[in-house]
Design a protein around this ligand. Structure first.
Ligand SMILES: [Ca+2]
Ligand SMILES: [Ca+2]
Ligand SMILES: [Ca+2]
Ligand SMILES: [Ca+2]
Length: 454
């Protein structure tokens, strides 16, 4: 070996190692770059998929709004397209994925399968209008929680027994102001002293509206439930802040205001005898002149059931058409209830839709016990179709006369406010949900609430 050969070899060996290092480092850099590009692409893809899932969910909302505006049925309940229709609201394939619109099953349905449809808010109690005993009856709330809720919504600052007004909330570690007015969302209930997420969720801990295994195994797994095979709903599914009664009849016409109606309208519209029309108008004539118990000694009707006290007033020369109505009976009231009102207000306090309310909501109505509520649910499940008019509850003997008198002006068979829960799923399995609450009592339809996954 020549003496000079060794260093040259060593030099080329060093160069080789250097080149290998360069290749290794470059390779690592390239790998890093590739991984970053892949991550960026993946992120972009994910974002695109989220946007796609959102718009799939939006398609479900649009579908629901279209069904609601096309629904011309006089009564709202099971059997309507909006209530449960797999073709319309079940998994529906569109480009890039699908949507579905689901709702919790009704009390008469299997508790572990969702409906494909919407949620009727007239099937709930309006938490801003319900009386204390109704709120206690419909939920697991205790009296001290109900008292705090009433203080929360009433405009005064007077603490009711066991209640809580502004100073309580201002004294909390994280203080906030009391509403002292109507609640604006259902979630706001969680701000009320003593009411928490468990009260809102009931046994439906995962808020999917259906009875899951862990919600029907007692205390074995969270939540603690009563394992009775039914889903005891929480406040979030029993109450509403949105529902109201549109002061119109089934055909959308204005109702007859018995506090301001004239005799001729009663004769023409309802075939009243002259004497009965006179008796009704005179009954409330005092209030028409601007005060109670003035003039004719009349009094404003405070309930349509007060019409039962009206007596005909015959006068000389009265001539009536054949078959004229000479007396207001409960049967007459039941048949004409939808045509009558006490005020010209466009909106009235919410009424509970007997076609969609759960047993718990029905049983919170005055004079309605669990047994009567169950018989209303049985009638619903019997396939005899929805109650088409409130009067049918009397004529169909679902309610006794006393029960009918107590609830006739607190129940309805129609609805304006519906909740839409739509989920979009892309082919890659990315999900996005939208919850919207729509009011079809306005023209055009209005959206009262909107929540979307971010
Ligand atoms: Ca108050
Ligand atoms: Ca559940
Ligand atoms: Ca459990
Ligand atoms: Ca249960």
């Amino acid at each position: 070996m020549r003496p000079s050969a060794l260093p040259r070899l060593r030099r080329s060996g060093v160069a080789l190692i250097a080149v290998m290092w360069v290749i290794l480092v470059a390779g690592l850099l390239l790998l890093g770059l590739t991984l970053r590009i892949r991550a960026t692409l993946l992120m972009a893809h994910n974002e695109l998929e989220c946007v796609r899932a959102h718009w799939l969910a939006r398609a479900g909302v649009e579908q629901a709004l279209a069904v609601l505006s096309a629904d011309a049925a006089a009564a709202d309940g099971p059997g309507d397209l909006w209530y449960d229709d797999e073709l319309t609201f079940g998994p529906t394939e569109l480009t890039g994925g699908s949507f579905m619109v689901t709702a919790p099953p009704g009390d008469e349905d299997a508790p572990d399968r969702p409906r494909f449809g919407l949620i009727d808010h007239a099937g709930r109690l309006n938490v801003n209008e319900a009386e204390a005993q109704q709120l206690a009856a419909v939920s697991t709330l205790e009296d001290w929680q109900v008292a705090a809720l009433l203080d929360w919504r009433d405009s005064d600052t007077q603490v009711s027994p066991n209640g809580a007004e502004g100073p309580f909330y201002e004294g909390l570690p994280h203080p906030y102001a009391i509403r002292n007015g109507p609640l604006r969302t259902i979630d706001e209930l969680r701000l009320v002293r003593g009411i928490d997420q468990a009260d809102l969720a009931g046994e439906d801990a995962n808020d999917n509206g259906i009875l899951d295994a862990h919600e029907n195994d007692g205390a074995a797994r969270w939540p603690d439930d009563n394992a009775d095979g039914r889903l005891q709903a929480g406040l979030a599914r029993l109450v509403t802040v949105y529902a109201y009664e549109l002061n119109r009849d089934a055909d959308g016409n204005e109702r007859v205001n018995v506090n301001t109606v004239d005799e001729q309208t009663l004769i023409d519209r309802f075939s009243f005898s002259k004497a009965l029309a006179r008796g009704l108008v005179n009954h409330s004539s005092g209030s028409r002149q601007g005060g109670d118990r003035q003039g004719g000694g009349g009094q404003r009707f405070g309930s349509l059931m007060d019409l039962l006290d009206v007596k005909g007033r015959r006068e000389e020369g009265d001539e009536d058409a054949d078959g004229a109505v000479t007396e207001i009976t409960l049967a007459w009231l039941a048949a004409n209830l939808d045509a009558l009102t006490l005020t010209d207000d466009e909106r009235l306090p919410a009424r509970v839709n007997v076609n969609t309310a759960s047993g718990a909501v029905l049983a919170s109505l005055p004079q309605i016990n669990a047994e009567t509520a169950a018989s209303i649910l049985r009638r619903r499940a019997s396939g005899s179709g929805p109650v088409l008019a409130v009067g049918e509850l009397l004529t169909g003997r679902v309610l006794s006369e006393d029960q009918f008198k107590a609830v006739a002006e607190k129940v309805t068979v129609r609805s304006n406010v519906f909740e839409i829960r739509s989920t979009g799923v892309t082919r890659w399995g990315i999900r996005q949900s939208i919850v919207a609450i729509a009011d079809r009592g306005t023209t055009p339809m209005s959206i009262l609430y909107w929540y979307q996954d971010e």
